[in-house]
Each structure stands twice: as C-alpha cells, then as structure tokens.
Design a protein around this ligand. Structure first.
Ligand code: SF4
Length: 301
C-alpha cells in the first residue's frame, strides 16, 4: 500500500468511515476500500454497517442507493460528477408517461436508475437477481426500466411474463462488436465466454453463460475451466485476477471502459475523506418511496 492509501485508511478509521468500491472501479481504489462488490452487495453492506459515514467509490446512483437505505448516515461520493449515462436515459416524468401507457404493469427498475425513478417504481432489481425477482411476481405484466437489454434477457428467462421494455442501454456494453467477439473466440477456442446481461442480444448470443459481475467472479472461482473471455467492463479484471490468480481472463477490447467509473482517484478519495464535503442526500419525500422499492428487492433476494 502506498502512502496516500495508508493516509486514506487512517482517516477512514479515525472518522468511522466505511469505504465501498464497485468492482468496475480502478484497481488502486478497490485495493483501498473495505469492501469491493456489485451494486446489490454494496447496498446491502452499507445498510448492515454500523459505520457513521459511507464513502461510495462508484457513480451517483450507487451513492443515492446507499443514502436511501441509510438516512442516518452521511454518504459521500468522491467523484462527485460521476453519473451513469444509462440511468440518465429516464427521469421521473418519462417514467410516469410510460406508466400511463401501461397502467396495469408492475414497474421494475434496474438499480442503475435515479432515486426519483426508484421512487416511481414498485421494486428494484440488479443484474444478479432481475430474472428471479420478475419470476417471483404474482402479476404477469411488467414495465422494465431503464435497460432494454437486461430487460430483454429477463424476458427470455421468464417467457410467461409480458415485459414492456424502455429503450435505455449502457453505452459501454453497446461498444462490443460481433467482429471483435468472433476474432477473440477464434484465437481462444478453448475459452469459456462469460457475458454481462447489459450487453445487447447480438453480443449475448456468443456467450456460454450470462452472469452479473459478482456471479462472474464466483463462477470463475468455482469452475474447473481455466480460461475465460470476459464480455463486460474491463475494471472487473482486477477482482477476477485477485480471486483466481492462476486463471486467465481475456478481454476482447480494452475500450470497454466506463469513463464515469474511472473518475474516482486516490486524490479525490483522500480529499473526500478529509473534507467530508461531497455528500449525496436524497430528499426525504423521494427517499421514503425509493426505499420501499429497494427494500422489496432486498427482501426478495
Ligand atoms: S458501465 Fe454502463 S451502466 Fe455501469 S455506470 Fe458505466 S454507463 Fe452506467
């Protein structure tokens, strides 16, 4: 650990701060954090922690989720302008308009959405639990926002449900090309292809398994296979290598990198811990409604 990381750890300990990092964060940030996980696990761990302050190394919707679940804790986002282009593709007015078009549908919001959108939704999901949660609903008609690709994957898994898709998408997973996948598969015919459900169907069709980030790491650990082609954000290379140092992970395109995830630096993390200025606080009238959607997700698993 270098000097600045030690300083961050000292301050976090002295100030009773829990540092959470998403698995797409830069390696040096992951190595400084208390916990590295996917969105669902970060939400759970923030809620279960007794720490007074949460430093969320990720993007805005993740800090909002931590704030929604922890109204008594101070939540700080070091990269204060780190947003998510997919989450920004729908706002509360647009969702209300979709609800008018589908008045009987249950609204399922991917956690990659704003607090306002969560507040307008019946329940939230992550890429790890979306299909399971939709399958568990009594209702047969679903309005799924904002990720049309995760939604279409859920529709494939749960064909008994009528799922209306909102046309949002992750611009990062959209960047994969069929040519890149065919080339990398041709060069590595023995490698198992693991793909994130945020990838479009034209890319998912090449996958041996469709898995969320946490599921990819667990699968790589438990599998007898030793070589994997990974179709998701390249930040996951770090936790994969730490979890399975003896295995090989192949990325078809180094440009599959989320600029917003890369906005956290050791410098702005240190500054956030020192000043405690970059707080994310969800207004109470929105928080209370968004909490119901998040808690319903956590209760359903
Ligand atoms: S990788 Fe995609 S979904 Fe995740 S924060 Fe970046 S733009 Fe949003």
């Amino acid at each position: 650990m270098i000097e600045i990381q030690k300083r961050i750890r000292e301050i976090a300990k002295a100030k009773d701060m829990l540092i959470l990092a998403h698995s797409y964060q830069p390696p040096e940030i992951q190595d400084t954090a208390d916990i590295v996980a996917d969105s669902l696990e970060l939400a759970r761990r923030s809620r279960d922690s007794k720490a007074k302050k949460i430093i969320l190394c990720g993007v805005k919707f993740m800090a909002e989720s931590a704030s929604i679940l922890n109204p008594d804790k101070k939540v700080i986002l070091p990269a204060h302008d780190a947003g998510c282009p997919m989450a920004d593709m729908i706002d509360a007015d647009q969702l209300r308009e979709e609800k008018r078009k589908h008045p009987n549908a249950v609204v399922v919001a991917y956690v990659n959405s704003s607090a306002e959108v969560k507040a307008e939704s019946d329940l939230c999901c992550t890429s790890a639990n979306a299909a399971k949660l939709v399958a568990s609903l009594e209702e047969d008609e679903i309005l799924f926002v904002p990720d049309q690709y995760l939604g279409s994957w859920v529709a494939e898994q749960v064909p008994s449900k009528k799922i209306h898709l909102y046309p949002g998408f992750c611009p990062i997973h959209q960047r994969f090309t069929e040519e890149d996948i065919l080339r990398i598969k041709g060069e590595n015919p023995d490698a198992v292809v693991l793909c994130h459900p945020e990838a479009p169907p034209r890319i998912r069709r090449f996958a041996d398994k469709i898995l969320s980030t946490s599921q990819m790491i667990r699968h790589a650990q438990s599998s007898s296979e030793t070589r994997f082609i990974i179709l998701t954000e390249t930040g996951i290379a770090h936790p994969l290598a730490k979890a399975c140092p003896e295995k090989q992970f192949i990325f078809p395109d180094s440009r599959i990198k989320c600029a917003n995830m890369g906005k956290t630096t050791l410098e702005n993390l240190l500054e956030a811990c020192e000043t405690e200025e970059l707080e994310i606080k969800v207004p109470e009238n929105i928080r209370v409604r968004a909490e119901k959607a998040l808690e319903r997700m956590i209760a359903l698993g």
